[in-house]
Write a protein that binds this ligand. Structure first.
Ligand code: F6P
Length: 328
């Protein structure tokens, strides 16, 4: 493989909300770099660590026994200082002082926004990996951690359905996703929910109340999955509104929260993260930068950061249409 002149040392970091599979990606980055004869340094604590020069050698042995672990061994932190030109200049100066020629950034849209500025202001070559449970990045069918988060949430919803059925109850279950509904929609289909509230779909409480009243005629209990970013509010607020319209219903609310961010990554996340981590090194060595590695229809591809961040990813319309049919 012809390598880009001058890339003999890369840095890698994790940033933003952590996600299961980040460690698998770190492992693949470190071991592929070693295999290509490139030194690999781990930056601890995301952009904050870059500014403070908090780093560790990330050789092949440093990433042993982590592929099965959730979270990220390099930790993550949000950095206010990096939002300033001065902070970014400090970070760039540290990279230069450490002899780091290019970066692999594992995170979400905020991470890639910072990476773009590092390139625009200091010419730092960065390749991104989509590390977020939200699955809200264009240029990839799935983000690292999405599959694990949905499996975690569905396992919890299956448990809630047991008790809902025992007590003829209506359950509202809130899932993460920030301002996107990918987790909620996948959970609703996989857990057989009767209804889902999504930020991308303008649903009104009236529609929900009508659907629940209709379901009650044939079902003793129902599950409503609520994406945390829904415009009608979170699960607690929506349940309160429904209760005022259906006071005869016995209902409960569960907010799954950060449970969805932890746990051992699924095989799908481990394999995809490993593929992406290896691809990131090879793309950097070919001189690629300012872009995100993705997997689309099973094929690894590269999408400019501007597109990955700027183009809002749309929910699969066939799944939106399928839910009410399967909830009959
Ligand atoms: O972006 C990942 C995510 O888990 C979102 O789904 C969620 O809204 C947010 O992070 C929570 O952020 P924090 O961990 O800072 O509370």
């Amino acid at each position: 493989m012809s390598t880009s002149p001058g890339i003999g040392h890369i840095g890698v970091f994790t940033s933003g909300g952590d996600s299961p599979g980040m460690n698998a990606a770190l492992r693949a980055v470190a071991r592929t770099a070693a295999h290509r004869g490139v030194r690999c340094t781990g930056i601890i604590g995301g952009y904050d660590g870059m500014i403070r020069g908090n780093v560790t050698d990330l050789g092949p042995r440093a990433v042993s026994n982590i592929i099965q672990r959730g979270g990220t061994i390099l930790r993550s932190a949000r950095s206010e200082e990096f939002r300033t030109k001065e902070g970014r200049a400090k970070a760039a100066a540290n990279l230069q002082a450490m002899g780091i020629d290019a970066l692999v950034a594992i995170g979400g849209d905020g991470t890639f926004t910072g990476a773009r500025l590092l390139f625009e202001e200091h010419g730092v070559h960065v390749i991104g990996l989509p590390g977020t449970i939200d699955n809200d990045l264009s240029g990839t069918d799935r983000t690292i951690g999405f599959d694990t988060a949905v499996n975690t949430a569905v396992e919890a919803i299956d448990k809630l359905r047991d008790t809902a059925a025992s007590h003829d109850r209506l359950f509202f279950v809130e899932v993460m996703g920030r301002d996107s509904g990918f987790i909620a929609l996948a959970c609703a289909i996989a857990a057989g929910a009767e209804y889902v509230m999504l930020p991308e779909v303008a649903q009104r409480i009236d529609e929900l109340v009508d659907a629940l009243a209709q379901a009650k005629q044939t079902k003793s209990s129902s599950i409503v999955v609520v994406a945390e970013g829904d415009e009608e509010g979170g699960a607690l607020e929506i349940a309160h509104k429904v209760k005022s319209r259906l006071p005869q219903y016995d209902m409960r609310v569960t907010v799954l929260g950060h449970l969805q961010r932890g746990g051992s990554p699924t095989v799908l996340d481990r394999v995809m993260a490993s593929r992406m981590g290896a691809a990131a090194i090879d793309h950097l060595l070919r001189g690629a930068h300012d872009a995100m590695v993705g997997e689309v229809c099973g094929t690894i591809c590269l999408t400019p950061f501007a597109e990955a961040i700027g183009r809002r990813k749309t929910l699969p319309p066939d799944l939106l249409d399928l839910l009410p049919v399967l909830a009959t």
